[in-house]
Design a protein around this ligand. Structure first.
Ligand SMILES: [Zn+2]
Length: 169
């Protein structure tokens, strides 16, 4: 009866679970565990995890990498019709990249009180002064994503010689 809604919800869940898996992998490599997926009509175009430590690149956030890879996969910079799934609310840079890519939708798990630009500190997706707006929803699998971040920083604090910056920064 509500097939469309239900399949939409389960697609969102499946995509966020994939993003969480990428975040788990990142944690195992000593990266702040954030993962992202770009999908279109239920098809995954790109998966990425935060690679800031490995690449020593301050812009190597999961969302930015996923957007780049999705553009490579589709052969065009314009990602209209695509949804970005992120385990953490995007920062100013990544919310800006989602705008630049003309993404249609953003779904994130945990809000970021220190850098969130998709509803917390600012709402880039909904800023109507910009030439493109898109929908943004937070809270999908929030508890899992937040726990992953908490556990990561807890274990890092026990090994102070190798502590990356706080996630929420
Ligand atoms: Zn970011």
């Amino acid at each position: 009866m509500h097939e469309r809604t239900e399949s939409g919800e389960s697609t969102d869940l499946a995509m966020m679970r994939r993003a969480l898996l990428a975040a788990h992998d990142a944690a195992e490599r000593g990266e702040v565990p954030v993962g992202a997926v770009v999908a279109r009509e239920g098809e995954i175009l790109a998966v990425a995890a935060n690679q800031r430590e490995a690449t020593e690149d301050p812009t190597a956030h999961a969302e930015l990498l996923a957007i780049r890879r999705a553009s490579e996969a589709t052969g065009g910079w314009r990602l209209t019709g695509c949804t970005l799934y992120a385990t953490l609310e995007p920062c100013p840079m990544c919310a800006g990249a989602a705008h630049a890519a003309r993404l249609s939708r953003l779904v994130y798990a945990a809000p970021d009180p220190k850098a969130g630009y998709a509803g917390t500190l600012h709402n880039t997706p909904a800023d109507t002064r910009l030439n493109h707006t898109f929908s943004a929803e937070g809270g999908l699998l929030e508890a899992e994503a937040a726990k992953l971040l908490r556990d990561f920083f807890k274990s890092r604090r026990q090994k102070p010689e190798n502590t990356p910056e706080m996630p929420f920064s």
